[in-house]
Design a protein around this ligand. Sequence first.
Ligand code: ZN
Ligand code: ZN
Length: 391
Amino acid sequence: MVLKSLIDQEKENLIAFRRALHRIPETAYHEEKTASFVAEKLSEAGLPYKEGIARFGVMAWLDTRRPGPTLLIRADMDALPIQEETDLPFASQHAGAMHACGHDGHMAILLCTARVMTQLAERLCGTVKFIFQPAEEGPGGAKPMIEAGVMENPGVDYVLGCHLWPDIPEGAVGVKAGPLMAAMDRFDVKILGRGGHGAMPHQCIDALEVGCQVVGALQRIASRQMNPLTPTVVTVGSFHSGSTFNVIPSEAEFCGTTRTFDRGVWDSWPQRLERIIAGICEAMGADYRFTFSRGYPPTVNDVQMAHVVRRCAEEAVGKDRVMEPEPTMGGEDMAFFLERAKGCYFCLGTGREGGAPIHNPRFDFDEKVLAIAVEINCRAALTLLGRQETS
Ligand SMILES: [Zn+2]
Ligand SMILES: [Zn+2]
């Protein structure tokens, strides 16, 4: 079939693009060289594009000049502040930065998808937008790109994206309707007590001890307040207080993250957390500062779009290689695109025996899987935007 041979022609590019990007990882909102590389490749593909959206975001588009729906396909661009520990010949050239979450692969997939799609343009109607988004690892580039208007003119009907997924076998594809990834937020707490001599607690309000009580009580939200069938996480990831053995500290500071798939729970976090913090501080005579910073909403796939992607994946890799992945409490700002149009975020299996997980300094994958995602993207476009006479 024509599509397979068009994709076969991109196999060298997939490897070359991925490796070139892997060499120059840039963390959130520093994706300058990455954006230039993407722009250069888009211009070689003959596609119009716009740079500098939400700082380093890039959008290209394929306008078929025939009326029809608009499909947006998104890749994230940023690397992690990790020192790479692989011995790969194309290892990171930037000290302290590494593409350890596979975003180099995501960009290679999207660049080659765009290249193949320009050759399929005659078979399509409507518009395809190719979105390269900065800062997925936080603070989040999806929302500012949407605020800059990438979902409008023309309005986006469908969205697609994928993530490399070492939890499923190499070459398999994971597609799941409904919630796939959790809503994630951050909270910061400061307990204000009264410091003094370690031998004289009666003269003090021990901020460290009050902080410990709060941390313990926060764990009871998940275990005692939530429906056990509604997965929730409250993690305190950092706690700082005190400086030596015989001084009661006047302050304790900690921060953490909350996770849930449930919209109602998501809305209720600030009030639930503050009630516990305020109650314990009140009881112990301490004061507090509390800030709750909204992160990403839950990543939820549309049922019909998941069905379309599953069918395309089955055509690409065969029915027995398509599975339903377990949802994860990890967060993903693809969620913002999926909130605004019907879409599906699918998982591209990279798992192999002894392989490192994502966010690990030894993470790597075999680039041969990348062509699978290109094929799924193209098949989905032909399904959603295919011209009647050729579909
Ligand atoms: Zn990541
Ligand atoms: Zn990622």
